[in-house]
Design a protein around this ligand. Sequence first.
Ligand code: BGC
Length: 331
Amino acid sequence: MKTRLILLFLAVTTAAFASKDHPVIGLSLDTLKEERWQHDRDTFTGAAEKLGASVVVQSANSDDTRQVRDIQSLISRGVDVLVIVPHNGAAMTRAVKSANEAGIPVIAYDRLILNCNIDCYLTFDNVKVGEAQASYAVSHLPKERKARIVRIYGAPTDNNAKMFKQGQDNILDPLIKAGQIEVVHEDWALDWKPENAKKIMNAAITKAGHNIDAVVVSNDGTAGGAIQALLEEGLAGKVLVTGQDADLAACQRILRGTQAMTVYKPLKNLATLAARVAVEIARGEKPAATSTLDNGAKKVPSIFEKVISVDKDNLMSTVVADGFHTAEELK
Ligand code: BGC
């Protein structure tokens, strides 16, 4: 009996040490349909494996019920830490509560999860992304008359979409108030879908006609949808369009002139940082956060990575020099 107890004790302690040396990370993604999240998954997994961890990836296809189920299944598997990109920052609160009850730490990756106890939030400076988009548009708008713009925001369920808008508002609001800019149409693109952005752009053209100077769009996927609508009206390349993510298709459009700019977020910095923090948290260490952000329940230790505004003039010296895309791919 005594020997069996000692053996059991050894098995349990070995498993505990093994899990600290080789933690298992559960990565729950909203979607893999957009290009950026494939980069995030691949870089995160590669970096975590280099640190001796293994990663179990789940992708919810933009479905809250599925993402809650994914997270429950990662909890049942007994992962050491959860890294979550929520489809909906409010809907994932209950999944985080289950992780809390199971004693599994949670990192919100790129998008914040609201009103719950998460250990850490790792992201880019999302307000700066919005400011970069709006500043670029403003610096290219006509000054001799009131400029006419369309605004296409991201998914209303994504806290980041609100932060991008907040950054855009910081730049645009004073000019709108001063009568220098008129917003002729604005709307939110549900689930960040390009087809929804296209519909918004079609509605904008129906309402405001061809007399539009710029479309401030929050990411490259939805910029693609808006540009499709502009193409059909013979307006592509004549109306300035913004974006974000440096998606391959967007970089090609920048070189062709149908999209003016994107915001490059070096995903390898965020994904590598997240892998390191996940391993540290799994080993019981505290993340060395540089800021905090209130998620409604607590001031979450946070890190905000830097972003870079990119147009045709610096595409090669940023996105390509960084190895995100090759010059060959952009042709
Ligand atoms: C991300 C963007 C991305 C968008 C759509 C946002 O939360 O920060 O990089 O384009 O989601 O997936």
